[in-house]
Ligand binder design. Structure first.
Ligand code: AMP
Length: 221
């Protein structure tokens, strides 16, 4: 399957993507993770992206699209993938369509995770992520690790993302509304969007998502 995951920052895209990718046996491709890996390795790409990410803005399309396409061309993604955080604007969505058409394949679904704005802010403010694996996500109030600052799953160090500060979150939400939300209509026109609520336990949302992916997106209108 070829799936795109959309939703505001804090919707739980990364967490859900990890579970869904495993259930569906497809690679989880997160452009945010790819950028963070480049930044921590000090690559030229990381240096280009750093200031944009720190400010909560989108990294320019030419850099992002090339990086995403490069990753999608890897052998593990030939038969499917779950995109998390890409595309994030309509021109990225058009570039993705062109690349898929050139390969004679198409998307199967766009999974839209809905969550109220006040919930988003609460989720992000307390979010802590493992340095070893970004799918190991905790929350200081909602799902605290057993030992403060230490990942329950692998013992890695938990940290707060630099762009999870309150000020940057506001910019990221604004960017989501103005630039990313329009891709939902873009994909609705193609009959690809399935919308689910991202509220509740992680496992409940995963089950909801798996059920939704079994339905024909075109039947959702
Ligand atoms: P994420 O981990 O998906 O929340 O992404 C973190 C940050 O990486 C975003 O706030 C952007 O600055 C940057 N980023 C990730 N994906 C994209 C994309 N598709 N286009 C532009 N910037 C992106």
């Amino acid at each position: 399957m070829r799936i795109v995951l959309v939703g505001p920052p804090g919707a739980g895209k990364g967490t859900q993507a990890a579970y869904l990718a495993e259930n569906l046996s497809i690679p989880h491709i997160s452009t945010g993770d790819l950028f963070r890996a480049n930044i921590s390795q000090g690559t030229a790409l990381g240096k280009q992206a750093k200031a944009y990410i720190h400010a909560g803005n989108l990294v320019p399309d030419e850099v992002t699209i090339a990086m995403a396409q490069d990753r999608m061309a890897q052998p593990d993604a030939v038969n499917g993938f779950l995109l998390d955080g890409f595309p994030r604007n309509v021109s990225q969505a058009q570039a993705l369509d062109q690349a898929l058409t050139a390969d004679d394949v198409r998307l199967d679904a766009v999974l839209d995770l809905e969550v109220p704005e006040e919930e988003v802010v609460k989720r992000i403010a307390g979010r802590r992520i493992c340095r070893n694996n970004s799918a190991h996500v905790f929350h200081i109030t909602y799902s605290p690790s057993k030992q403060e600052g230490v990942c329950d799953a692998c013992g890695g160090e938990l940290y707060q993302r630099g762009d999870d500060s309150e000020e940057t979150v506001r910019t990221r939400l604004e960017v989501y509304h103005t630039q990313t939300e329009p891709i939902i209509d873009y994909y609705k026109a193609q009959g690809l969007v399935v919308t689910i609520s991202a509220l509740g336990k992680v496992t409940e949302v995963t089950e909801r998502a798996m059920e939704a992916l079994k339905r024909d997106p075109a039947s959702q209108g």
